[in-house]
Write a protein that binds this ligand. Structure first.
Ligand SMILES: [Zn+2]
Length: 246
């Protein structure tokens, strides 16, 4: 059966002497393994289509273990991401998050749109502004996968005041009293809590993250990363790279 899908490359692995296996996050079928025969030999077009983050329309034979590449048309290369180490690190981290958050053939069009949106913002924006988009991506991915942190009331007692502790395992804020009782006090400032709420609730394309303080954004990225790894139960090699270059 021949099938057409549109997707973005999360990962590209060599396979044998001349082939590649592309991990593609597609709009139609979710995450799919695509066997691209002779990808390493094909000069014309083959190179750009099998680059990380390239968005293409693929025509594939649906095999038992792979989709087998027949034809493809490059729609967007995100080539600018490869020219800045910071942008490349941010994009690699987001791609690995998606790769780990979804099983093969698990479809999620919202996550697909989110990834494309944030990669586009990071590609076009300045290196200083990419932090806000990494945090936005992390928060929206938590929400899409069903792990929105509770941010406007205590995860234990439901109270909505003195919410100045954050508990990763519980998935949200705790009031000071509950945090002290549980001996798990982990301070979060009111500004950070409000910023997290904004990231959770804001509609894409309406956000303006250009004024976000970079130290604050880094703290939030670390916190959200801990929330994600707690849920995904995986360590992300790309996170260390990201933190090193930021
Ligand atoms: Zn409480």
């Amino acid at each position: 059966m021949l099938k057409t899908v549109t997707g973005i490359i999360l990962k590209a692995d060599d396979y044998g002497d001349s082939d590649k296996i592309l991990t593609v996050f597609s709009k139609e079928d979710g995450k799919i393994p695509v066997l691209y025969k002779r990808a390493k030999i094909l000069k014309k077009g083959g190179g750009a289509v099998s680059q990380l983050f390239a968005v293409s329309e693929y025509s594939c034979f649906v095999g038992k273990n792979f989709y087998i590449h027949n034809q493809s048309m490059l729609l967007k290369s995100f080539a600018e991401l490869q020219k800045s180490l910071k942008k490349l690190a941010a994009a690699s981290y987001m791609a690995q998050l998606i790769n780990y958050a979804y099983e093969n053939y698990q479809k999620d069009e919202r996550a697909y749109m989110l990834l494309l949106y944030c990669l586009g913002k990071i590609e076009k924006g300045s290196e200083e502004n990419l932090l806000g988009y990494v945090a936005l991506f992390q928060m929206k991915l938590l929400a899409i996968t069903g792990y929105s942190p509770m941010l406007d009331s205590c995860v234990v007692c439901g109270k909505d005041s003195a919410l100045d502790s954050f508990d990763i395992a519980e998935g949200g804020v705790m009031c000071e009293e509950c945090a002290r009782v549980a001996q798990k006090y982990n301070h979060i400032s009111e500004t950070d809590r409000k910023t997290l709420l904004m990231l959770l609730n804001i509609v894409l394309k309406q956000e303006d993250l250009t004024n976000m303080d970079s130290n604050r954004a880094l703290n939030l990225i670390e916190l959200l990363h801990c929330c994600l790894t707690d849920k995904l139960e995986k360590q992300l090699s790309t996170y260390q790279f990201l933190i090193t270059v930021l």
